[in-house]
Write a protein that binds this ligand. Structure first.
Ligand code: UT7
Length: 334
């Protein structure tokens, strides 16, 4: 049986760091409020107007190829999960592939907001499991700062910019992506969305004046749905695969709010020492959070570690992935 295994992971964060103290200078907020309500202490925001999502993706994929010792020409398929593409079209994945010289790859974007990475990962895995491809790159990248209203204090404090990437390769060992459960419910669309810029409401003076090109989020509605659904789907994938809390080595959950992640770990019955966390440094980078977690924790990961990936986000979209890690991360350089 062929499984799709993650054989390398890399990431990229823009240099510019904005701390909670910096946020205090631009909106009516406090470090205490942001820290206690979300767990976030700082975020990286791209301040070069000429840089966009593809540029972060390029840096992540370049590092990925270097770490694995492969040439971009060897990539068969490149998928980029993002809701902040450089342009509405062409796909940001195409731009990344062209900039790095992935000449053999075909490429496309996948838009599932904060669940984008797990949607893209499981999509890419199908091509490996089918025996069709040997090297699939999955990027999760978002430049959230370009669609955030920095006068909306509830929303602007939580988001950051960043990109992560993984390489999927076939394995016949008992490692790789074992199972997944994914969900979508478009009835949740209006609780977390961007009102204009699509075919329903194209850009106009009116849409700009009414700030309709920014993230609109009903925080509490999304919070309640996220707590319930991310916890339930994580428990469901454990139950489906007869996993107990002792079997799970790590939880890598979408970094939207520390309280949501804690509730998920609690529902799974696992202690905080098993929970990957970097929200305090990066905030919510949307499709970037899960690959960035894997990148940050790579050095601690051992072959056969059981990792549950979990996410909830705009759409609504949510799901969980049961993954067995394929290599000893301590032997790999950052
Ligand atoms: O990643 C995709 C999915 N997204 C999520 O999972 C996000 C889910 N939602 C959340 O994480 C939380 O709802 C937020 C962090 C966005 C907001 O936290 P909350 O505890 O739900 O706050 P709230 O919106 O209910 O506001 C509570 C109070 C309000 O004041 P009053 O009405 O009680 O006087 C807000 O005006 O906190 C106030 N507030 C702030 N105060 C200081 C809201 N934002 C801020 C702020 N600084 N930045």
């Amino acid at each position: 049986m062929i499984r799709a295994s993650i054989t390398a992971v890399a990431g990229f964060l823009p240099e510019n760091i904005v701390t909670n103290a910096d946020m205090e200078k631009i909106i009516d907020t406090t470090d205490e409020w942001i820290t206690s309500r979300t767990g976030i202490k700082q975020r990286h925001l791209e301040n070069d107007p000429n840089k966009a999502t593809s540029d972060m993706g390029v840096e992540a994929v370049k590092l990925l190829c270097k770490k694995r010792g492969i040439k971009p020409e060897e990539i068969d398929l490149l998928i980029c999960a993002t809701v902040t593409p450089d342009m509405v079209f062409p796909a940001t994945a195409n731009l990344i592939a062209a900039k790095i010289g992935a000449t053999k790859a075909w490429s496309f974007d996948l838009g599932a907001a904060c669940s984008g990475f797990i949607y893209a990962l499981t999509t890419g895995a199908q091509f490996i499991e089918a025996g069709r491809y040997k090297k699939v790159v999955v990027v999760g990248a978002d430049t959230m700062s370009r669609i955030i209203d920095y006068t909306d204090r509830t929303t602007c404090v939580i988001f950051g910019d960043g990109a992560g990437a993984v390489l999927l390769e076939p394995s016949t060992e008992d490692v790789g992506i074992v199972d997944f459960i994914l969900h979508a419910d478009g009835n949740g669309a209006t609780a977390l969305h961007m009102k204009a810029g699509g075919s329903l409401r194209p850009a106009s003076h009116e849409t700009v004046d009414n700030k309709m090109h920014y993230v609109y989020q009903e925080g509490q509605t999304v919070f309640k749905q996220a707590v319930y659904n991310m916890a339930e789907v994580s428990a469901a994938i454990m139950e489906k695969n007869n996993l107990t809390d002792k079997d799970v080595t790590w939880l890598a959950a979408h970094q939207a709010n520390k309280r949501i992640i804690d509730a998920t770990a609690n529902r799974m019955g696992i202690g905080s020492e098993k929970v990957m966390m970097n929200i305090e440094r990066y905030g919510n980078t949307t499709a970037g959070t899960i690959p960035l977690l894997l990148w940050d924790y790579e050095k601690h990961l051992k072959k056969d570690d059981v990792i549950i990936l979990a996410a909830f986000g705009g759409g609504f979209t949510w799901g969980a992935v049961y993954l067995k890690w394929a290599y000893d991360g301590s032997k790999v350089g950052k």
